[in-house]
Design a binder for this molecule. Structure first.
Ligand code: NDP
Length: 332
């Protein structure tokens, strides 16, 4: 495992990290979480991602219970939470969003559930149109000054919104966001590769990318239909099933079939190829892996072995199959 700087900050984050999304608390119990997190940590992973909304707070609780059992030295790992959607099934107006009140209270709840005295990373899970950006920047800065958060960031904010946060921080002598958590994978490229380009260069934005496997599509597991044990068959995941069966989904699966042959020719597997492809982008600080079971994590960690296989020629071949390279803006 190699470690990359989180943007221009001094924080060293493992290039592969682990996120618990809805799996912890819904499908994964504390003992299984212990197994998965131990395998990740032993493989060099130092960052565990979470959010208040995952499994309505249960994901943080399960991760917290697992961290307690695992007893890793606190200074050897990074743990995050995200605020915006609330953890209640039907949050009241003050129980969600990016107001100073909810940002503050959600951080305290996350620390309590995760069993930590501070959050290493704390993200605004989405922009909140009902709260001035300056209010959120101020709340994040104060949490940092109080030692309750070490670095704050955004998730799926536009480049313009991130720049607004920067401007507010500069104007009022507050702390700007260090990182953004965007979706980035072979099928979802535009924002990461084009929209944020100036932010990497001008403000040194770090990135903790999500869904490197496009929710599993890029593993090749759907090449011959939907397997019975897939998330696509779990109630609540109807979006995944309809995404797979739509004409666009079918076109993507056709591309994955071709990419699977490329992986095979290289002597690797499709999930490893797809994850390694994201690691080739130097603007990625860390790739957050998702896994519904231990065997998937073990497989996905082996993506590190596939990175050197992605020579220029192979990358070109992949580009031809994907046929979705985003156009750079005229001035870039
Ligand atoms: P992926 O795109 O990697 O999808 C993970 C899913 O793909 C698994 O749950 C599993 O689904 C399937 N899978 C993974 N590895 C394999 C394998 N080797 N073989 C077969 N199937 C596999 O990532 P996620 O979408 O889960 O995102 C990763 C993390 O990113 C999350 O846990 C979360 O922390 C973060 N995230 C952040 C978001 C944000 O808005 N900031 C949004 C979404 C995620 P199955 O159940 O079908 O087996």
């Amino acid at each position: 495992m190699e470690y990359r700087r989180l943007g221009k900050s001094g924080l060293q984050v493992s290039e592969l990290s682990f996120g618990s999304w809805v799996t912890f608390g819904n499908q994964v119990d504390v003992d299984s979480a212990v197994e998965i997190m131990k395998a990740a940590y032993d493989g060099g992973v130092n960052f565990f991602d979470n959010a208040e909304t995952y499994a309505h707070g249960q994901s943080e609780q399960v991760m917290g219970a697992a961290l307690k059992k695992l007893n890793f030295p606190r200074d050897s790992y990074i743990v995050s939470s995200k605020v915006m959607f609330g953890s209640e099934k039907e949050p009241k107006p003050t129980q969600k969003g990016l107001s100073r009140k909810h940002v503050y209270e959600a951080a305290h709840q996350a620390m309590q559930r995760l069993g930590v005295d501070y959050l290493d990373l704390y993200f605004c899970h989405r922009p909140d149109p009902n709260v001035p950006i300056e209010e959120t920047v101020r709340a994040m800065t104060e949490l940092i000054w109080q030692g309750k958060v070490l670095y704050w960031g955004t998730s799926e904010w536009s480049a313009q919104q991130i720049m607004e946060a920067y401007s507010a921080a500069r104007q009022y002598n507050l702390i700007p966001p260090t990182m953004e958590q965007p979706e980035y994978n072979m099928f979802h490229r535009e924002r990461f590769e084009v929209e944020y380009k100036r932010l990497y260069e001008q403000v040194g934005l770090g990135t903790t990318i999500w869904s490197p496997l496009a929710s599993g599509v890029l593993t090749g597991k759907y090449n011959d239909g939907i397997p019975a044990d897939s998330r696509a068959n779990v109630p609540g995941y109807e979006w995944l099933k309809s995404r797979l069966t739509s004409p666009e989904g079918q076109q993507r699966i056709e591309k994955v079939r071709k990419l699977t042959r490329v992986a095979k020719d290289l002597g690797t597997t499709m999930p490893r190829l797809a994850i390694a492809w994201t690691l080739k982008n130097p603007n990625v600080s860390t790739v957050i892996l998702g896994a519904s079971r231990l065997s998937q994590l073990v497989e996905n960690l082996k993506a590190l072995e596939a990175v050197p296989m992605l020579t220029e020629d192979v990358m070109m071949k992949i580009e031809e199959i994907l046929d979705n390279k985003p156009k750079q803006m005229a001035s870039q």
